[in-house]
Design a protein. Structure first.
Lengths: 302, 302
DNA sequence: ACTCCTTATGCTCATAATGAGCACTTTATA
DNA sequence: TATAAAGTGCTCATTATGAGCATAAGGAGT
């Protein structure tokens, strides 16, 4: 073996909760007061990365996370501090962690709405103006008549009737490259109300990876339930899905789907709602873990 | 910062090619002559992990890989050599790399059929006997009347009419845990014709992750084309998909699908087939990169 | 020239899934 | 007793999916 690069390994966690239909992630404050994703070390004693991760999350925040999934490993050189070239290389293994409630925050930690980071991703009330009035024009300017750029813009941002919710990372990276977000700190950067709240380091990239992954997963695995308490109403379920997916859903059809796939079962109980007809409380049928494989390109064998 | 664990980082590559309908991965020979996935270091100079990866792949094998995608980062402690407890921890960032042809192998490298590693994954000629006659019974014995084990077996191995092609890793891990594969080297291990060819370290896990990922990706992104040369017949396309997906496809429906999504376009040319009617040669329409978002759980917005 | 083999294509059909509406019920609170 | 909020039932057009039958087009062999 020749030159082994010296490496420092960190475990980053995008900790997600959905509270009152707002999808939120936990942040701590880093240099220049920018929010950052919490991060911790790999402990020598821990047999697996995930165990270390759970460990420091609980130490630092008191939260015992439920569902955890590895997201991506970031190791680009820009991550290392700009200083001496002999600095060890910084490698981050990023995880997605889901919890069922918004926990009390410690002094240094706070929750931030995912759509404050990515305002253009929230289509629950239709196509956001931010997109049509600001971002797309700005991107068009950036692309000019560079064919490749234009194609990338189209692919990532689609047109109004072709919006792929999963391409969150692609979109953020494009905005980054176009110098439209604060992280690039060019004078082209749009105001935060449009380009979203900047984060420290490349953490907004990590957050966008997480959102994209969640949206993807949603379509073929019942991850929503990791965000809900034991029992919930169907409407809450729907709103939670909408919060992640970023699009409105047709109520009747949603219920039809949920029924058909038999994802949940009713407890007899009902909510005592503040107003309106009380809703029935449901619980997740964990038997469904062997649920329908993804529907997709002509692979039969259901 | 407290105790930073010392870490050695490696980049592993599952290099995939499909030749004459056989999906193959490149292996090198490791200790005890077991096949291993090629692996290389992270070079300090390279700005991204991917660049390092491409670099050593070309150095070691002469192959210039096309499509590359990060798979997973493995860091479980068993990976480290069992020796001194102060050994640095071994971390592997595994990548999936697709190439269009089976390249000439160097002295130490050779290609191995994916289904020699996972014989139970090949359903192209119906449910394999290996599964019904050997694996499922063996798993049933292992599970006994342990409810949790049984549920896991069902989830991973389904029943004959519920087989989720994507759960390759889950299945391998279960077999591993049940001591049925050679890597665990218990006397329970089934013969290689049933349990598949063992690999060094945890490399069969990595390979299974890759297969699962490919099968998943296949259903919503046109990755097949990374495995094909510029022009190809529709039947070749179909056979390639089948090779990865591990299931047979209905020819006419497959063609209908390909047409509808307008993934390919015909060149006027035809093959001079050895027998039978010549097929038209097609090429991939790269314009389709903004192709249909995944179809799935009630997220509209096509 | 004809037959057979092999692969490519065209078309039909039943069933299921999807996206969108309209209308109406149920229950609690003001 | 209205009103708000939430739940339900049902229809309908469109598209997707899984499966089949039938036919066309070359090439090889007789």
């Amino acid at each position: 073996m020749k030159n082994k690069t010296r490496v420092v390994l960190n475990l980053d966690a995008v900790i997600v909760a959905v509270t009152r239909h707002h999808p939120r992630i936990l942040t701590v404050s880093a240099k220049q007061n920018l929010p950052a994703i919490p991060s911790g070390p790999l402990h020598r004693e821990d047999a697996t990365l995930e165990r270390s991760l759970r460990g420091w999350i609980e130490e630092q925040t008191g939260i015992e996370v439920g569902y955890v999934e590895q997201l991506y490993t970031f190791g680009d050189i820009q991550r290392g501090l700009p200083g001496a070239p002999n600095n060890p290389r910084s490698i981050s293994v990023a995880y997605l962690a889901l919890i069922t409630e918004e926990h009390p925050t410690t002094s240094s930690a706070s929750w931030i709405n995912w759509y404050e980071l990515f305002p253009w991703e929230d289509h629950r009330n239709g196509i956001p103006d931010i997109l049509t009035k600001h971002l797309r024009p700005a991107l068009a300017t950036w692309a000019g008549n560079n064919a490749e750029r234009n194609e990338r813009v189209i692919t990532a941002f689609g047109s109004d009737n072709r919006w792929d919710g999963m391409r969150v990372l692609e979109r953020y990276e494009l905005l980054y490259e176009a110098g439209l977000v604060k992280e690039t700190s060019t004078r082209d950067a749009l105001p935060e109300s449009i380009s979203g709240v900047p984060m420290a380091f490349d953490h907004r990239r990590i957050a966008s990876t997480a959102l994209g992954r969640m949206r993807g997963k949603l379509t073929y695995r019942p991850v929503v339930f990791e965000l809900l308490s034991d029992t919930f109403t169907l409407l809450t379920l729907q709103r939670t899905v909408e919060a992640i997916a970023g699009v409105p859903l047709h109520k009747q059809n949603f219920r039809r789907l949920v029924e058909r796939t038999r994802l949940v079962e009713g407890t007899g109980q009902r909510t005592n709602s503040p107003a309106g007809r009380p809703a029935e409380l449901f619980r997740f049928r964990s038997e469904v873990l062997l649920e329908r494989p993804r529907t997709g390109i002509g692979v039969p064998y259901r």
